[in-house]
Design a protein around this ligand. Structure first.
Ligand code: MG
Length: 378
C-alpha cells in the first residue's frame, strides 16, 4: 500500500569476480567483473537489489559509481517510499550529472521493492511482457581462438545458436579467419554478429566491413569511436549489413539525435548506459518510431544486472535480435545469486516471481565483496 513503506537504509557493496578467461575488445582487455550493488532496505523488512556495472573505457568507474550511490544519491532515497520510483529518479538526475550505472542500480532496487509490494515481476510493472524467453548470444572474445572454439562447441551443445565476435583488437586477417572458421564449422545454423567496440578507424571502416559481409553477419556493432557519429551515419549508408550503435547511444537525447541522423540500423539497449530500465524503454520507443531495431546488450555484469536486462527485453515489442546476458554463466568464475541465472535451450527465461526475481546469496556476496558502505559511513 502507498505510504506505508519507507526506505531506512542503503548498502553499497563493491564486488570483484575473476573471469574464466580474458576477453579482448577493440577498446582493450577485461579480466573480471567489478561492480557495485545497491541494496535498499525498508522499515517492513523488504530488501531490493540493483547493480551498477561500470566499464572505465566505456561508461564510468567502480569508485565513481560507489561514491555516486553512497554519497550523492543516498540523501534522495533514505526516508522515501519505494513506490515513488520516478520522483526519486528525477531527484537523482537533478542531484548528479552522469553516472548512469549508479542510477540504473538505484532504479532496479526501487523496482525490485515496488514489485515485491505489488506482487508483480518488474516486466509487468513496466508495461507487461511480450515474451517469457529471449534468444541468447555468447561473445567470442578470447585472444586464444582455439580456446574459444572449444568454448563455442560446448555452448553450442547447450543450445546457443547466436555468437558475437569481438573484433578490432588484432589484425583484420585474424577477424576474417575467425568468421570463416565459424561459418565453415556451423554452416547456416549459426547466427554471427561482429562488435568492433570502436576499434576501427573511420578511414578503414567501410572496406573492412565490406570484407566481413561475405560471412553474412546479422549486424556489425560500433565500428568507430563513440563521438564519430557522422562517420557512423556514413558507414551505415555505405554498407549493406545492418550497423548497431552501442557506445554512441547512451541516453534518450543521444537516441533522439541518433535517430534523426540515422547513425545506425540498431541501438543496443543497456540499463547501465541509460540510467535504468525505464529510460531504455524510452529509447526503444524513439528507435521504433523511425524503424531502428533494438538489442539486449550487457556490460561486465553479474546475474543481478542481467536480470534487470531480462525484464527490460521482455517488455520490448518486436524484439528480433535477442540478448547477450551470458556473463554470469559463461564468463565469470562465479556468480553472486543463490540460484543460477535462468538460461536453457539457448534462451534466457524471464522470471514470474515478484520484483527482480533474484538476489545475492549472503555467503557468496561476503566472499567476493571488496568494500561495503552503509548508513553510518559518511
Ligand atoms: Mg558493444
Amino acid at each position: 500500500m502507498m505510504g506505508t513503506h519507507q526506505i531506512i537504509d542503503m548498502r553499497v557493496h563493491c564486488v570483484s569476480i575473476p573471469a574464466r578467461a580474458v576477453h579482448s575488445h577493440g577498446s582493450g582487455d577485461v579480466g573480471g567483473i567489478n561492480v557495485a550493488l545497491c541494496e535498499l532496505i525498508t522499515d517492513g523488512g523488504l530488501t531490493g537489489w540493483g547493480e551498477a556495472s561500470p566499464w572505465p573505457v566505456f561508461t564510468g568507474t567502480l569508485d565513481g559509481n560507489a561514491a555516486a550511490l553512497h554519497v550523492h544519491l543516498r540523501p534522495h532515497v533514505i526516508g522515501r517510499d519505494p513506490l515513488q520510483v520516478e520522483p526519486i529518479m528525477a531527484a537523482a538526475d537533478r542531484a548528479l550529472v552522469g553516472h548512469p550505472e549508479a542510477k540504473a542500480a538505484l532504479e532496479c532496487a526501487l523496482l525490485d521493492l515496488t514489485g515485491q509490494i505489488a506482487g508483480l515481476p518488474i516486466a509487468e510493472l513496466v508495461g507487461g511482457r511480450h515474451r517469457d524467453r529471449i534468444p541468447l548470444s555468447f561473445s567470442v572474445a578470447n585472444p586464444d581462438f582455439d580456446a574459444d572454439l572449444t568454448d563455442v562447441a560446448a555452448i553450442w551443445e547447450s543450445g546457443v545458436r547466436i555468437f558475437k565476435l569481438k573484433t578490432g583488437f588484432a589484425d583484420h586477417g585474424f577477424d576474417l579467419m575467425r568468421l570463416e572458421k565459424l561459418r565453415d564449422i556451423y554452416g547456416d545454423d549459426i547466427r554471427l554478429r561482429v562488435d568492433y567496440n570502436q576499434g576501427l578507424s573511420a578511414h578503414d571502416a567501410v572496406r573492412h566491413i565490406r570484407d566481413l559481409e561475405t560471412f553474412r553477419p546479422d549486424f556489425v556493432e560500433q565500428p568507430v569511436r563513440m563521438h564519430e557519429r557522422e562517420a557512423l551515419a556514413a558507414i551505415t549508408r555505405a554498407v549493406d549489413v545492418p550497423i548497431m550503435a552501442d557506445e554512441s547511444v547512451f541516453n534518450v537525447r543521444e537516441a533522439q539525435q541518433g535517430a534523426v541522423m540515422r547513425i545506425a540500423d540498431i541501438f543496443s539497449l543497456k540499463t547501465a548506459k541509460s540510467g535504468g530500465i525505464r529510460r531504455c524503454i524510452e529509447i526503444a520507443a524513439i528507435a521504433r518510431s523511425v524503424g531502428i531495431e533494438v538489442y539486449g546488450g550487457c556490460m561486465f555484469e553479474t546475474s543481478i544486472a542481467h536480470m534487470a536486462g531480462a525484464h527490460l527485453m521482455a517488455a520490448i515489442p518486436d524484439l528480433t535480435l535477442g540478448c547477450e546476458f551470458y556473463m554470469s554463466t559463461y564468463y565469470a568464475k562465479a556468480d553472486l545469486a543463490a540460484a543460477p541465472f535462468p538460461i536453457s535451450d539457448g534462451h534466457v527465461h524471464v522470471p514470474k516471481t515478484p520484483g527482480l526475481g533474484t538476489a545475492p546469496d549472503p555467503d557468496k556476496l561476503a566472499h567476493y565483496r571488496t568494500q561495503i558502505f552503509t548508513q553510518g559511513d559518511h
